[in-house]
Design a protein around this ligand. Sequence first.
Ligand code: S3P
Length: 184
Amino acid sequence: MSNPADSQPQIYPVLIGLMGSGKTSIGKLLSKELGIPFVDLDHYIVEKAGKTIPAIFEEQGEEGFREIESEALAEVIGKPVVLSTGGGAVMRAENRGLLEAHAPVIWLKSCLEFLAGRIDGDKNRPMIAGRDTLKTLQELAEIRYPFYTQCADYILHRGEMNKAASLHAILQYLRRWKNEHAFD
Ligand code: S3P
């Protein structure tokens, strides 16, 4: 006899979005709620490369970083974890292919002024080093928003939502997602 639990879809959410959008902090809360581990792709990359993200950018350039990031994403996506990705993970077509094939992918979207306030002066984020933070985010948003849209199954417009409200909205979405996919 078939076990009803077999028809229960597994939920391994992947979080995408620009720097400062709360992927790591919300990902950690989500992992507690779902009872599965949390993986931050940037941390995974740092472990894999044995150096910090600024050091990778300095020694291997952004392309070198993207290479490691693609390898890392291919290694981790689909594992039974909550995965938060770096803001630029959608830049390569191969990564978008992986993200599109996976579900659910959740885009945490906030206004750029808010994000700029959160990340301004962060030494661990080479994409903004020595540049105007808001202007850089505007440029990145122009390129990346179509990619986030392409990869996301759900867009959380955070607006004024704090972490708890964001978590609540995501959990509601995941409940719907689970019901919709129960008999896939
Ligand atoms: C990057 C975002 C960073 C990190 C790297 C590049 C980007 O991750 O992957 O510095 O290109 O937007 P967060 O989005 O977690 O800050």
